[in-house]
Design a protein around this ligand. Structure first.
Ligand SMILES: NC(=O)c1ccc[n+]([C@@H]2O[C@H](COP(=O)([O-])OP(=O)(O)OC[C@H]3O[C@@H](n4cnc5c(N)ncnc54)[C@H](OP(=O)(O)O)[C@@H]3O)[C@@H](O)[C@H]2O)c1
Length: 245
């Protein structure tokens, strides 16, 4: 994989994956919200070995801009081998319960925007009969919990979308990778008390790089989250609804 597009490139996790690709001399097209941070990242990745590090800004709420940005990436890189979609927000659940527009914003950033990017990328890779689309969802999408079900809805919906997309693209030789991290110590979780279940962005970012190279289907990271979520998914509903999760 030599030509990679990273959307939400300034996410702590995505930056670690980008570093792995840079070490291997890949050409990168980095898309994120903040140009100054993109410039710093591009410089860092070039020093680490990236053969190119182009940048473009976007706002996930501006769905209409997504196709134009990907066309720019295609133009700059010539061809694309793989794309990582990493942007997302963890909203305050209480705010979402009080405000439909706040809920709608989360659904747009975490679900509609990745779907828009995936739609374009899927059609592009399907024609080429090769490629990988990797998207970061979350273990929070595996079961709705009272403490974060708006976030969980956006990530769970995205996981179902990716499942269908993988089913569609497999005959064309295109891989779709769903990444489900547990707790990761990044700016998104600075407000949460840290515990032994927290992984570093480096661990998760490196695992994503490996999964992209292998074209894996569903990746829980760290791996033990697969077992934790299996247990959580199998708690009977009459017990689960009484639990304070
Ligand atoms: N940290 C965790 O515990 C955890 C667990 C499971 C899944 N995830 C998922 O992992 C992915 C990466 O998150 P992270 O942990 O690396 O946190 P992060 O460093 O806070 O990254 C979040 C990224 O999303 C971008 N973003 C948010 N709203 C945006 C918008 N409207 N338009 C464009 N970009 C926007 C942020 O841009 P700015 O830098 O400009 O704000 C940032 O680059 C997310 O999809 C997250 O849901 C994280």
């Amino acid at each position: 994989m030599k030509r990679i597009v990273i959307i939400g490139a300034t996410s702590a996790i995505a930056m670690e994956t980008a570093r792995e690709f840079a070490k291997a001399g890949a050409a990168l097209f980095l898309i994120a919200r903040n140009q100054r941070r993109l410039d710093e990242l591009a410089q860092d990745l070039t020093v680490r070995g990236a053969s190119a590090a182009h940048t473009a800004t976007f706002d996930a709420l501006d769905i209409g801009s997504h196709e134009r940005i990907l066309e720019e990436a295609f133009h700059k890189l010539g061809e694309i081998d793989a794309a990582l979609i990493a942007h997302g927000e963890l909203p305050d659940q209480g705010q979402c319960q009080r405000s439909v527009s706040r809920s709608q914003e989360t659904i747009t950033i975490n679900l509609v925007s990745p779907i828009a990017f995936c739609t374009w990328l899927a059609n592009y890779f399907e024609k080429r009969k090769v490629g990988n689309i990797t998207v970061i969802t979350s273990v929070a999408g595996d079961r709705g919990r009272q403490s974060n079900y708006l976030y969980g809805t956006s990530k769970g919906g995205l996981a179902i979308f990716l499942q269908g997309l993988r089913n569609r693209l497999t005959p064309a030789g295109v891989t779709v990778t769903t990444v489900k991290p547990g707790f990761v110590d990044t700016p998104m979780t600075t407000h949460l008390p840290k515990g032994p279940l927290f992984a570093s962005a480096e661990t998760v970012g490196r695992r994503i790089h490996k999964a992209m190279l292998r074209g894996e289907a569903v990746v829980y990271t760290p791996f033990f989250w697969r077992f934790i979520m299996l247990i959580i998914q199998h708690i009977p509903e009459f017990v689960f609804r009484k639990m304070k999760l």
